[in-house]
Design a protein around this ligand. Structure first.
Ligand code: DGL
Length: 273
């Protein structure tokens, strides 16, 4: 808990993508204190062996919990969520929420039963995605695109570098050709690219991500634990934005634009805290 008794929530990602989830958590719990933790020294997680991702997530999160005791942990990274959740749950009693691509809500929304699934190459390869599609979208044509560029373009955008629109158009061309009316944003970086994605695929009707569902789950878990989930009189904030590598240039301004003005930003954490 924070010093005001408001809940404190740790939001974790390999980079700035988890900010798209932090925005949803902040909307639902405006009084909560958020600690944002990014393992950007190892970004992108999709290029790392699973054992490295597990080890790094567990070590960094354990350090963060020591410095900032939290009431909930959100693994706002699809790539990490598929492999680290059992390890984290064995390590801490703090409730852990992971993220999965929103295939189920997409299947409920599509009108033409053609869904695009946009994710990192690592997420697209994972067998749990086959299971999600089999379970929830068996009656749909699901076109998967696992492109390595999009996460980096989102990271660059936070530094003020415009999205290379032509390259993005090419990256999602298969979704245009397949005539999908719904696209699942299966990586937490992608909602940050939404304006550019809409330009690339203007005919898409529904863009579906997991941010709201995660935020609702966090509210539910906090309520179960008897923590205050109604907004208190003081506004919550991002009490710390911690980066294991260099703090991305301009990240405080970018976060402020998202409504997540951080109180402090620390790079090379935890060695420099
Ligand atoms: N935001 C992460 C995700 O949702 C980025 C992936 C990565 O680091 O490879 O999967």
């Amino acid at each position: 808990m924070s010093e005001h008794g408001a809940p404190r929530i740790l939001v974790f990602d390999s980079g700035i993508g988890g900010l798209s989830v932090a925005v949803c958590v902040h909307e639902k719990l405006p009084h909560a204190a958020i600690v944002y933790l990014a393992d950007n020294a190892a970004f992108p997680y999709g290029g790392q062996p699973e054992s490295v991702v597990i080890e790094r997530c567990c070590t960094l999160i354990a350090s963060a919990l020591e410095q900032y005791p939290c009431d909930a942990i959100v693994i706002a990274c699809n790539t990490a969520s598929t492999i680290v959740l059992p390890h984290l749950r064995a390590m801490t009693e703090v409730p852990v929420v992971g993220v999965v691509p929103a295939v189920k809500p997409a299947a409920a929304q599509t009108l033409n039963h053609r869904i695009g699934l946009l994710a990192t190459p690592a997420t697209v390869r994972r067998p749990y995605l086959d299971e999600l599609v089999r379970e929830f979208a068996a009656d749909c044509q699901v076109e998967r695109v696992g492109h390595p560029g999009l996460v980096q373009w989102a990271e660059d955008l936070a530094r003020g570098v415009p999205v290379p629109q032509g390259e993005l158009d090419n990256a999602v061309a298969r979704l245009r050709d397949a005539g999908v009316d719904t696209v699942v944003l299966g990586c937490t970086h992608y909602p940050l690219l939404l304006e550019s994605l809409k330009q690339s695929l203007p005919e898409v009707k529904f863009w579906v991500d997991s941010g709201d569902a995660i935020a609702r789950r966090v509210v539910w878990l906090l309520a179960q634990a008897g923590k205050p989930v109604e907004a208190l009189e003081y506004g919550g904030t991002v009490v710390a934005a911690l980066f294991s590598g260099n703090a991305p240039e301009g990240v405080a301004r970018y976060m402020a634009d998202l409504g997540l003005q951080p109180k402090r930003v620390t790079g090379h954490w935890p060695s420099k805290s």
